[in-house]
Design a protein. Sequence first.
Length: 117
Amino acid sequence: MNDPDCLFCKIIAGDIGADIVYETDQVLAFRDINPQAPTHVLIIPRRHVATINDIAEDQAEDEIGRLYAAAAHIAKDAGIADDGYRVVMNCNEAAGQTVFHLHLHLLGGRNLAWPPG
Ligand code: 5GP
Ligand code: ZN
């Protein structure tokens, strides 16, 4: 396991259950336990990285790119790609990050207010 104290590492290891919707060698995506929209999926790297600030600069394009590629794939599968959806990554407390394993929120299936508040 990447980090034995990390909730999302436990999901990756299969120690905690999750409703997995998509996976590759490097990415796992599962439904948020407290959904804020009809489609609310969390897309995470299998490798433990705590926040955006902790991504190695020379890996940032690959690390983030993979998450966005997965988001587009899942949105198309869910039938929300044409209507539109939002992807959000919170970094640290002021932005509301509560789980310190990098994750991209994919939200869709309803109209989303902007600015988010
Ligand atoms: P953050 O606030 O860090 O951006 O997002 C963390 C997200 O993880 C929240 O939307 C929260 O509902 C979700 N979450 C927390 N614990 C669990 C869990 O055990 N399983 C799943 N599927 N989602 C979780
Ligand atoms: Zn982790």
